[in-house]
Design a protein around this ligand. Structure first.
Ligand SMILES: [Zn+2]
Length: 87
């Protein structure tokens, strides 16, 4: 059995959308990781016991409200990272 927090997949997925939409976000690996870590710390983990294929299905089922929450946190994270870049 393996455990997977599919919130990680969801946040990574929304990160890609947010950096495309918002100008001025540094896309370097360090800033990306900082933004994702900040966001994940503020979202509830969603663990599933699964293989990768099943996790992918779950990701698609993530509620719209959850996606919006992730986007809001990512935007907040982008502000913090922009003001305190660690690259
Ligand atoms: Zn950077």
């Amino acid at each position: 059995m393996s455990y997977r927090n599919y919130m990680e997949d969801a946040v990574l997925n929304e990160y890609d959308n947010v950096v495309k939409e918002i100008e001025g976000i540094c896309r370097c690996e360090r800033c990306k990781e900082d933004m994702i870590a900040y966001t994940l710390n503020r979202m509830s983990a969603k663990y599933v016991v699964t293989d990768l294929g099943h996790a992918y299905t779950k990701l698609n089922q993530l509620k719209v409200q959850n996606r919006m929450d992730i986007v809001v946190q990512l935007i907040e994270a982008s502000d913090i990272v922009r003001n305190n870049p660690r690259h």
